[in-house]
Design a protein around this ligand. Structure first.
Ligand SMILES: [Zn+2]
Length: 267
C-alpha cells in the first residue's frame, strides 16, 4: 500500500495521497524518544510533550473508539499500534513536522501512514478531541482494512469525530444536509465515489460523505447491511466493486429513501 496522509485544516478535514515524499527522515527518533507524558489507550500509544492529566477523559474515549468502530462496522481490531504525537504549542508541532516530514503541509492535525505503524500528529487547541477522533478513525480503518475508498474514509472520520453521544443526532452536518435537501436533490454518491484526490473534496463534499454514512448507519437496515458486506469484502481482500452500485441494487429508489431518511430523522 502506498503512503497516505490525512490532514485536518481549520475549516474542514482534508487529506492528501502521497508516495514516498513524506517518508520520515528518521523513523527511529519517532518511536524511541521519551516524551514527558506517554500513555496507552487501546491500540493507541500516545506521546505528549505536556501533561495529559487534564485530558484523561479524552484519552479514555480514544481507547474506546476501536470498540465503537467494531460495533458499528464490524471491522476487526487494529493489526498494529498507532502512535499519537501531541504537542503543547503549534510552533513545536510545525517544527517537528518540518524536521521529520519536510514536505507535509502544516495543518491542524495529520494522519500519516507509511509502511510502518500509522502516526497521528496534533497540537493543543480547543477542538483537539475532535481532531484526534477524526484522525484516529482514519488510523483504525487503515490498520484493519487493506484500503478504504477516499470518500468513505472521510465520511466515516466525519461521523466518528463527534463525541459518542452526539454522533447520530447532533453533528453540525445534520442541519446543513437537511437544509440542502429542502431545495436540492440528494448529493450524488456516484460523484463522491469518483473522487481520487482530496483536493476534489471541500466542506460540502465532506458533509455529503458524512450524510451517506449516516444514511447507511441509521437509514433502512439494508443500507447498513450492504456497508458491512462491502467492508467485509475489503477486509477479505475480495474485489468489493462499487458501493453505490451495490446500494442501488439493494435499496430501490435509493435517492428518495435518502431524502426520506433525513426528513424523518429528528434531533
Ligand atoms: Zn480526514
Amino acid at each position: 500500500m502506498g503512503e497516505a496522509l490525512h490532514r485536518r485544516s481549520f475549516l474542514a478535514a482534508c487529506c492528501l495521497s502521497i508516495t514516498t515524499a513524506l517518508a520520515p527522515r528518521c523513523a527511529r527518533a519517532e518511536t524511541n524518544a521519551r516524551w514527558p507524558d506517554e500513555r496507552q489507550a487501546g491500540p493507541f500509544l500516545i506521546h505528549a510533550d505536556f501533561s495529559l492529566e487534564e485530558y484523561a477523559g479524552m484519552v479514555r474515549e480514544l481507547g474506546a473508539l476501536q470498540d465503537d468502530l467494531a460495533r458499528y462496522l464490524q471491522t476487526g481490531p487494529a493489526r498494529e499500534y498507532v502512535h499519537l504525537y501531541l504537542f503543547r504549542k503549534k510552533s513545536t508541532y510545525n517544527n517537528y513536522l518540518k524536521q521529520y516530514f519536510p514536505t507535509a503541509p502544516s495543518r491542524r492535525a495529520l494522519f500519516i501512514k507509511g509502511r510502518g505503524p500509522g502516526m497521528v500528529f496534533a497540537y493543543k487547541n480547543k477542538e483537539l478531541d475532535v481532531d484526534l477522533r477524526h484522525e484516529a478513525t482514519h488510523a483504525l480503518l487503515h490498520s484493519s482494512l487493506p484500503m478504504v475508498p477516499l470518500w468513505l474514509d472521510e465520511g466515516l472520520a466525519e461521523y466518528f469525530e463527534a463525541p459518542p453521544q452526539s454522533r447520530a443526532h447532533d453533528n453540525p452536518h445534520l442541519k446543513s444536509i437537511r437544509w440542502s435537501l429542502r431545495f436540492n436533490s440528494p448529493p450524488s454518491i456516484d460523484t463522491l465515489e469518483s473522487f481520487r484526490d482530496l483536493s476534489e473534496m471541500g466542506r460540502t463534499e465532506y458533509r455529503n460523505a458524512w450524510a451517506w454514512v449516516h444514511f447507511m448507519l441509521h437509514g433502512p437496515s439494508a443500507g447498513r447491511d450492504e456497508l458491512l458486506r462491502y467492508l467485509a469484502d475489503i477486509e477479505a481482500h475480495a474485489v468489493p466493486g462499487s458501493l453505490s452500485r451495490r446500494l442501488h441494487q439493494r435499496i430501490p429508489r435509493l435517492e428518495k429513501q435518502f431524502t426520506a431518511h433525513f426528513a424523518s430523522w429528528r434531533k
